[in-house]
Write a protein that binds this ligand. Structure first.
Ligand SMILES: [Zn+2]
Ligand SMILES: [Zn+2]
Length: 133
């Protein structure tokens, strides 16, 4: 993506770290990981870099049920089903959205970077607990 040529060194550092991480991470986790790797970025800088990367369309964020935001690269787009009780979050195998036609149909004046989709409910163990008690 050509947008990446506009990145500052800090933004590049954050982007490269996100690239090496397997899962979604919070800004706090990124910050701790950067410190462990001897990078001297402040937490505010990490947040700013993440925001900028989001504006470039290369990083996506979503909020967990506990309110924490987690970040990942857009290329690793996944959808989730999340339990509202225990917070278990499981990626979906299949995307039901048609990437080609949906954006034009619903938001013709937007340049779409990515989409997210998340289902909420109760996981099996939590559902069992709810019906027992
Ligand atoms: Zn649950
Ligand atoms: Zn999708």
């Amino acid at each position: 993506m050509s947008a990446l040529s506009h990145l500052t060194p800090h933004q590049t550092t954050v982007f490269n770290l996100l690239k090496t991480l397997e899962s979604e991470v919070s800004a706090q986790t990124l910050y701790a990981e950067l410190r462990a790797q001897k990078h001297r970025l402040g937490l505010a800088t990490v947040y700013r870099a993440l925001k900028h990367l989001q504006l470039q369309g290369v990083v996506q964020a979503r909020s967990l049920p506990n309110g924490e935001a987690v970040y990942s690269l857009v290329s690793e787009e996944k959808h989730y089903v999340t339990c509202v009780k225990c917070g278990t979050s499981v990626p979906l195998e299949h995307c039901p959205i048609d990437e080609q036609t949906m954006p034009q149909a619903v938001a013709p004046h937007f340049k779409i970077f990515y989409h997210t989709l998340e289902f909420f409910g109760l996981c099996s163990p939590c559902l069992e607990q709810e019906t027992v008690t």
